[in-house]
Each structure stands twice: as structure tokens, then as C-alpha cells.
Design a protein. Sequence first.
Length: 223
Amino acid sequence: MSRPLSFLFTATFHDRIPFVAGWRGRHPRSRQGATTKQRPSSSIANRRNNRLEEVRLAQQDQKEEKMASCRKSQFIGASLLLISSVAIGVSADNQCESIDTEISSTFTTGCPSPIGICTTGTIASGLLKGTSSFTALSLGPGPAPFTMVYTGTLSITTDKGTLNISDVGVLDQTNSVFSEIDRIGSSSGIFSGAKGILFISGNQTATGFNGKVTGNVCLHSEE
């Protein structure tokens, strides 16, 4: 017996319902999956932006360090130029003698230093051959890590007179080295009225300091 066309249409439609329902059910999941795939891209972009910011800050820090180093170099250069100019002006009016000798000193106790640092020592040869006495007046942090800046007075006593010096120096505690500029002040004997600049640099030891003394001492000439 033949079936009516309406039955065939109805059966065909119901047969397709599961497919349509399944397609409609998968479609939202498909969109959700697409949305989920986009999230890693956003995370990667954030990490990339953070990395770029880190690089920018590192480059800024390096630039600031270079500028600070350049300013220090310019300051040191200007200071040395000024010292050289003073030394040249002094030598024009006085009889100057070049100094190139060594100094060795040891720490002493019971000294008049306000910070408790004093040394006594000897100078090996030349115009300044004799004994030395140093008294520290101040001590503070230096311009770089593990450095100290100090000031003090140094007296050098020879058989011809006493040379009194005011000095400013830097001590590198990491490498146990020091360097200082010594300006000649009021002195006695042949050093009365003397002018000039001395430079002392060397090493700190367990008991004191060993260094080299260079520069010029210009004795006052009476005409």
C-alpha cells in the first residue's frame, strides 16, 4: 500500500532534525573556541610590551650612568687643569725643584686627630728626605661605592726645615689603594714661603701606608 506524500515529508523532516539540532549546538561551542584562541594572543602582546618597557628602563639607567660618569670626568679634568695652572704660575716666580721619592708610614695611637687616625713615617730621598707626621681631620663616603674621602695635614721635617701640607685624598677600600693632592702651606726653614703641589699615591697596608711622592716644591727666592 502506498504511503501518502505527507508521511514522507514528515519523516524526512524529522530525520533531519538531529542534524540541524547538532549543528546548532556546535555553533556556539565553535565560537567559544574561537574566542579562547584569541586570549593567548593578548597574553603574548602583554608580555612583549612588558619586555619592551624593561629594555627601555635599562637603556635609560645606562644613559644616566654614562652622564654621571661624564660629569665626574669633566670635574676631575677641570680640577687637574686648575692645579696645573696654579703650579705653572708658582714656578714662574720661585725656584722649583721636582720631587720624585717614596714615603712609608705606620699608624699611631693617642694622636690629636678628631677621628683618631694618625701616622708617622719617613721619606726616602731628595729635598724632602726626613720624617713625616700625618693627622686626619675628616673622613666621609666617596663618590663611588666602597671609597672614602679624607682631609688632613702632613708635616715633613728635614734637616733644613719643616714643610707643612694640607691634603685631600680618596681611599679605595676594595683595592686598598689611595691617592691624594697635597697643597703646601705655611712652613719653616728653607721651606718658608714655599709654594707648589705634591701628589701622593700608593697602597694601604695592615700597619699604615706606602706610597710615591711626586710634584714640585718651589722655594721662595730672595732678590
